[in-house]
Design a protein around this ligand. Structure first.
Ligand SMILES: O=C(O)CCC(=O)C(=O)O
Length: 256
């Protein structure tokens, strides 16, 4: 499919798979960073409601941060949301053997419905092939155009399953009703999932403040990576910061 056809499919169905966005060598590193982060989090907070989900993945590994620089992803973001988009949340979605996960309930990733206007866009990077057996993403085609969520009966009657390869990129409208499928295999099914929003919206965490205490790889992110963290729309905390010269301004002009 051409990118024009993919965009048309996205608008009508609410989700598309863009093939071969991550390299095989990248996937292996991403998976080991993610598995380490999952183990650390389960050790530190064994009883949380979303156990197994890693939050703020860009701060948990260099490869997971470098995903933000991906050119194909940034092109789709510019086209389907905005060239000044920022991250709302960057987390993982792993379906352990024999189960689903916190994303297994039917849900949307944005509580706002504004007809004809998108506030959030979702991207999933499967780190394992998504199959019907290991829990591909379930969704209800076209549901992003509706204000009310389909009830369970309708959802499962009309359900489609996204199956694709590790390294592909799933892009979906954050108003699409979807759910993580059940993993009926004996191996974990890993994925990274990023929710992007418009530049004037608030992020789930204060990523820019968090980034101050971060490793060199965060400081070394390219312009796309820094923008996605929210570095172009920071608020001054004093008049001295407000009157900084243009090149050092915290809230950059032209951010939409
Ligand atoms: O892992 C999946 O299949 C779905 C992830 C999900 O529900 C989400 O990103 O909101």
């Amino acid at each position: 499919m051409t990118s024009e056809e993919l965009v048309a499919q996205f608008e009508s169905e609410g989700a598309i798979v863009v093939p071969n966005v991550l390299a095989r060598s990248q996937i292996d590193v991403l998976k080991s960073e993610l598995e380490l982060a999952i183990a650390e989090d389960i050790d530190a907070r064994p009883d949380v409601f979303d156990k197994g989900m890693v939050h703020n993945c860009m701060f948990r590994g260099k490869a997971m941060a470098s995903v933000l620089e991906n050119q194909i992803m940034n092109e789709y973001l510019a086209r389907l949301l905005s060239p000044t988009s920022i991250i709302y949340a960057y987390q993982s979605s792993s379906a352990p053997p024999g189960a689903s996960n916190y994303g297994g309930r039917i849900h949307v990733d944005s509580p706002r419905f504004i007809r004809g206007y998108r506030t959030n866009l979702g991207v999933i990077f499967p780190l394992d092939d998504f199959t019907e057996e290991n829990g591909g993403t379930l969704y209800c085609k076209g549901s992003h155009k509706r204000e009310e969520l389909p009830q369970e009966e309708e959802f499962y009657e009309r359900v489609s399953v996204i199956t694709c390869s590790a390294g592909d990129m799933i892009v979906f409208d954050a108003r699409l009703a979807h759910a993580t499928g059940v993993n009926r295999t004996s191996e974990a099914r890993h994925a990274l999932t990023i929710n992007f929003c418009r530049s004037y919206m608030r992020q789930r965490f204060d990523f820019c403040r968090m980034a101050e205490a971060q490793q060199e790889h965060i400081k070394a992110l390219n312009l796309d990576g820094k923008r996605l963290l929210g570095m172009n729309v920071r608020m001054p905390v004093s008049l001295s910061e407000f009157y900084l010269p243009e090149s050092e301004r915290l809230y950059k002009p032209g951010q939409g």
